[in-house]
Design a protein around this ligand. Structure first.
Ligand code: FES
Ligand code: FES
Length: 148
């Protein structure tokens, strides 16, 4: 049976409907037209679907919508709308090839930078975000620049 869930998405209250176990990722892409958050493994292993939940980076492919009622969700669209300096740094460093991993990496790293974490801690946290193109070196150079 479907349930209605109200939460805050990038600072704006939104309402979705679906089975309680439906992953947030599906609601973002299918109901809310937020397609920047990507589907990779679908099992919580690759980080392509990373969003923030009350400021904490989490994977959205394994986060049921029943768990987000009343909470604050942040996506890459919010990071870009806020003109986060890491977005420009990633472009400056040409940090990416296909770019599929970048929304998740940008969302996680921007949140950690905003929390004041150092580049080394962010590097360790990015173990949760895979890049099949091997762009991690340039991605980390961009993070280093903004985090320091
Ligand atoms: S798609 Fe969610 S962790 Fe891979
Ligand atoms: S740039 Fe292609 S997966 Fe990271």
């Amino acid at each position: 049976m479907n349930e209605a869930v109200v939460f805050t998405l990038n600072g704006k209250e939104v309402r979705i409907e679906g089975p309680p176990a439906m992953p947030l990722l599906f609601a973002l892409r299918g109901q809310l037209d937020h397609k920047g958050t990507r589907l990779g493994c679908g099992e919580g292993h690759c980080g392509a679907c990373t969003v923030t939940l009350d400021g904490v980076p989490v994977t959205s492919c394994d986060l049921p919508i029943s768990a987000i009622a009343g909470k604050n969700v942040g996506t890459v669209e919010g990071v870009l709308a806020a003109d986060h300096p890491l977005a420009a740094a990633l472009i400056r460093h040409q940090a990416g090839q296909c770019g599929y991993c970048l929304p998740g990496i940008l969302t996680r790293a921007a949140a950690l930078i905003d929390q004041g974490q150092c580049a080394e801690d962010i590097r360790n946290a990015l173990d949760a975000n895979l890049c099949r193109c091997g762009a991690h070196g340039r991605i980390m150079a961009a993070i280093q620049e903004v985090a320091s």
